[in-house]
Ligand binder design. Structure first.
Ligand code: ADP
Ligand code: UDP
Length: 244
C-alpha cells in the first residue's frame, strides 16, 4: 500500500515488518517513520493486518515518547506529522533489543517453567542481538566487546535508561488500569548520546487488565484471541490523554 510519504516522492530507506523509513531531501539529521497496519509474529512466520494499527501505534508511541521526555528520558521523537507518520532523528542504531520484564510471560515463562503471571521480585533485563537470520539470539554484556557489536558502555547506558522507562511506564499504566508485564526497547546514538528509538506500542509491550488480567496487546493477534483492534484502541485511548 502507498503511504503519504510515497505520494510526496520521499525516498524509502528501509521497509521493515511494522514500519517504513523515509529520508527527507536535504536533511541528513531527520527521517520519517511510517507505521503500517501489517502485523507479524514468530519472527515473521505469522502474518496479518490489524485495522488502524498504523494510526494507533503512531499515536501511542508519540504520546509515550512525550511522557518520557517530560520525565527527562530522551528519544528520537520530534513530532507526529500525520495519522501514520512520525518525524524522528536519524540515529546510528545499537544492534541490540532490550527486554524489561515485571511479570513472567512469553519466552521467560517457558524458559523458567513458571506460570504466566508470576510477579517477578525485581525487574529482569535481557539483551538480544538484532538479527532476523539468527532469530534475535539472547546475549549478555560481554558479547558486545567480544563480537565488536558496539561500545559496551553504550549498552550499559541503554540498560539504565530501560529501567528508568520501567519506573515511568509501570506507574502510568497502573494509574490507567493496566499492568505493564514486559516490553522491548531499541536505542541509537544521537550526537554520541544513547537515546530511545523505534516504537513503544502494544506490538512491543505486554499489557494486562489489572482486574481481569485480560491481554491488551499483540498477544491477542499472536494467540488468535480476537478483539485485537479493540485492545490497541484501548491503549490508544489511554495514551491520548498525554498532552503532546
Ligand atoms: P523490523 O526491522 O524488525 O522489521 P520495523 O518495521 O519496525 O522493524 O523497522 C523499523 C527499523 O527502523 C528497525 O530496524 C529499527 O531498528 C530502525 N529504527 C528505529 N528508529 C530509528 C531511527 N531513529 N533511526 C534509524 N533507524 C531507526
Ligand atoms: N518483543 C518485541 N519484539 C521482539 C521480541 C519481543 O517487541 O522481537 C516484545 C514482546 O512483545 C514482549 C516482550 O518483548 O512484550 C518479551 O517478549 P518474549 O521474549 O516473551 O517473546 P515472545 O514469547 O513474545 O516471542
Amino acid at each position: 500500500m502507498r503511504s503519504t510519504s510515497d505520494e510526496k516522492g520521499l525516498k524509502k530507506i528501509y521497509e521493515g515488518k511494522a514500519k517504513i523509513l523515509y529520508s527527507i531531501p536535504g536533511d541528513d539529521e531527520r527521517i520519517i517513520a511510517y507505521f503500517k497496519d501489517d502485523a507479524t509474529a514468530y519472527n515473521g512466520k505469522k502474518k496479518g493486518t490489524i485495522l488502524r494499527k498504523g494510526e494507533y501505534n503512531n499515536s501511542i508511541s508519540s504520546s509515550i515518547f512525550t511522557l518520557l521526555k517530560e520525565k527527562g528520558i530522551e528519544s528520537h521523537f520530534i513530532e507526529k506529522l500525520s495519522g501514520k507518520e512520525m518525524l524522528v532523528y536519524r540515529l546510528k542504531m545499537l544492534p541490540v533489543e532490550l527486554v524489561v520484564r515485571n511479570v513472567a510471560a512469553g519466552s521467560l515463562a517457558k524458559k523458567m517453567d513458571v506460570e504466566e503471571g508470576i510477579k517477578l521480585l525485581s525487574p529482569v533485563v535481557e539483551i538480544y542481538f538484532k538479527s532476523d537470520e539468527l532469530g534475535d539470539p539472547m546475549i549478555n554484556e560481554t558479547y558486545i566487546g567480544a563480537f565488536d557489536l558496539g561500545n559496551p558502555a553504550d549498552v550499559e547506558k541503554a540498560k539504565q535508561i530501560a529501567l528508568k522507562v520501567n519506573d515511568v511506564l509501570k506507574d502510568f499504566f497502573d494509574g490507567n488500569g493496566l499492568i505493564l508485564v514486559d516490553y522491548k526497547l531499541e536505542f541509537g546514538l544521537l550526537k554520541g548520546d544513547v537515546v530511545l528509538a523505534d516504537e513503544i506500542t502494544p506490538d512491543t509491550m505486554r499489557l494486562w487488565d489489572k482486574v481481569t488480567l485480560e491481554k491488551v496487546d499483540k498477544d491477542r493477534f499472536r494467540r488468535d484471541l480476537g478483539g485485537v483492534e479493540e485492545a490497541y484502541k484501548r491503549v490508544y485511548d489511554i495514551t491520548s490523554k498525554i498532552k503532546q
